[in-house]
Design a protein around this ligand. Sequence first.
Ligand SMILES: [Cu+2]
Length: 160
Amino acid sequence: MIFLTKKFLDLKKLIFVFFFLFYKLTFANEGLVLHGGYTFETYPTQKSTSIYISIFNNSKEDIILDSVSCECAEKAEFHTRILKNDISVMKKLEQIKVEALSELYLQPEGLHIMLFGLNKVLKDFDEFDIKFSSSNKFQYKTTIKVLNKNLKFNKLKKIQ
Ligand SMILES: [Cu+2]
């Protein structure tokens, strides 16, 4: 027990905290799979944009995501679209719920993530991370790919 000096115990504590955090960030998200996150290129003057992503909850419990953030923007919010006087408008949601053993698709014209106060121009092939946190205090991280803006207007064409 000669090694158990205070310094040694502090180091042990630090290593424990480090591994605990590492575990939390990497393995706590087994139940939640974030897939195929994307957004489009922005114009130099553009200060906001939206992100689309598929979220799969493989756990047997509902997961409530109550915040989203990104280093490339001042603020990120969950949004949906509702009809107001026959016009489609965006509405902020405080949280989104991914029900147990089900999936949620954030896509154009529906649920999406909105970034406000972009601090850089997003270019084709760029990537950046976004972070989510859930109501049970888990953190999730995923990479968003920036797509060419021409794809935004890529509509289905009838071949024959
Ligand atoms: Cu929006």
